[in-house]
Design a protein around this ligand. Structure first.
Ligand code: DOR
Ligand code: ZN
Length: 347
């Protein structure tokens, strides 16, 4: 008998871009509708680099939460070569931040202030390890000679593994892992390592992005890889293994900046993520593990309780209707199109 109802603890999103101002106002309700908490990425312009910045950004998010929604933004700091360990540790101890994000300089959207030399941040990372502050990494090298499809695998060899050998106590999350190499690295690394997986990387491979015409709304970083990698991500997400959890990397850009001769990287999937995930987990005959991936493994890694509330997913006979785009006062943002109808609706 096919299952057509599933109740799980209210999910959290462990990797979310909310931006600021008009964009924040437009996209935040798409997340608060379904998620209890989200780990908020700090790549604003200028980035969120200090405890004070995080406090003020948090206040702007809280004021933008729609009336009746219960939502807690969990803040991160953007690691720079000028980051002060004392500021990081104090903000973490105060409960203001939950992690620090490493962007290799030039790796992605708004990463110009990122880290050029890991040597210059080792001191801060050692103190974070002592204080139990997790490091979230954008795991791609920026070396121009490395092919874009190889940048994650090369990052593991050149940056991540040496870092973990140098600071073994540091808790590290490999954000938006996109390769079999990344999954295998995490599986071999013990309990101090975890990884987030996005919704879209469970659904698209690089053919979806490039065959039959270039599809800018599937362009993100790390870029979608070949099919064998998508299958490895599906296996990891659906395994129930506590080291893998949902980070949507929902990253809004105005439509005209994606449908552009030099389109921005980012997929906006907050609106239909849970319907997409239920579809994927059903295909993998793993609906009973969706709760671990979306609602339990993340809080466990971050030392928090799962949300007390629950959500119920119902499999309808008619396709779920969701908006193709979200309006902002600066123009529309296109919602991720998985390429098939979705039947799991959130109640
Ligand atoms: O595709 C991406 N978009 N990858 C990132 O790492 C950043 C994000 C953004 O901020 O738009
Ligand atoms: Zn991101």
């Amino acid at each position: 008998m096919t299952q057509n109802r599933l109740t799980i603890r209210r999910p959290d999103d462990w990797h979310l871009h909310l931006r600021d101002g008009a964009m924040l106002d437009a996209v935040l309700p798409e997340t608060t509708r379904h998620f209890g908490r989200a780990l908020i990425m700090p790549n604003l312009v200028p980035p969120v680099v200090s405890g004070d910045d995080a406090k003020r950004y948090r206040e702007r998010i809280v004021s933008a939460v729609p009336g009746d929604a219960q939502f807690e933004p969990l803040m991160t700091l953007y690691l720079t070569e000028a980051t002060q360990a004392e500021d990081v540790v104090a903000a973490h101890r105060a409960g203001l931040i939950h992690a620090v994000k490493l962007y290799p300089a030039g790796a992605t959207t708004n990463s110009d202030s990122g880290v050029k030399s890991m040597d210059r941040v080792t001191g801060v990372l050692e103190q974070m390890a002592e204080a139990g502050v997790p490091l979230c990494v954008h795991g791609e090298v920026t070396d121009a000679s490395i092919d874009i499809f190889d940048r994650e695998a090369v990052f593991i060899d050149r940056v991540l593994n040496p870092l973990r050998e140098r600071v073994p106590k540091l808790r590290v999350v490999m954000e938006h892992v996109t390769t079999r190499d990344g999954v295998q690295y995490v599986l071999g690394a013990g309990d101090s390592m975890a990884a987030t997986i996005t919704t879209h990387h469970l659904i698209i491979n690089r053919n979806h992005l490039l065959v039959g015409g270039i599809r800018p709304h599937y362009y993100c970083l790390p870029i979608a890889k070949r099919e064998e990698h998508r299958l490895a991500l599906r296996e990891a997400a659906c395994s129930g293994d506590q080291r893998f959890f949902l980070g949507t990397d929902s990253a809004p850009h105005l439509q005209h900046l994606k449908e552009n001769a030099c389109g921005c990287a980012g997929v906006f999937n907050a609106s239909n993520t849970l319907s997409c995930l239920a579809h994927v987990f059903e295909e993998e005959q793993a609906l009973d593990r969706l709760e671990a991936f979306a609602s339990l493994n993340g809080p466990r890694f971050y030392g928090l309780e799962p949300n007390p509330q629950s959500v119920t997913l119902v499999r309808q006979s008619q396709a779920v209707v969701y908006p193709a785009e979200i309006e902002t006062s600066d123009g529309p943002v296109t919602v991720f199109d998985p390429g098939f109808d979705l039947y799991w609706a959130v109640h």
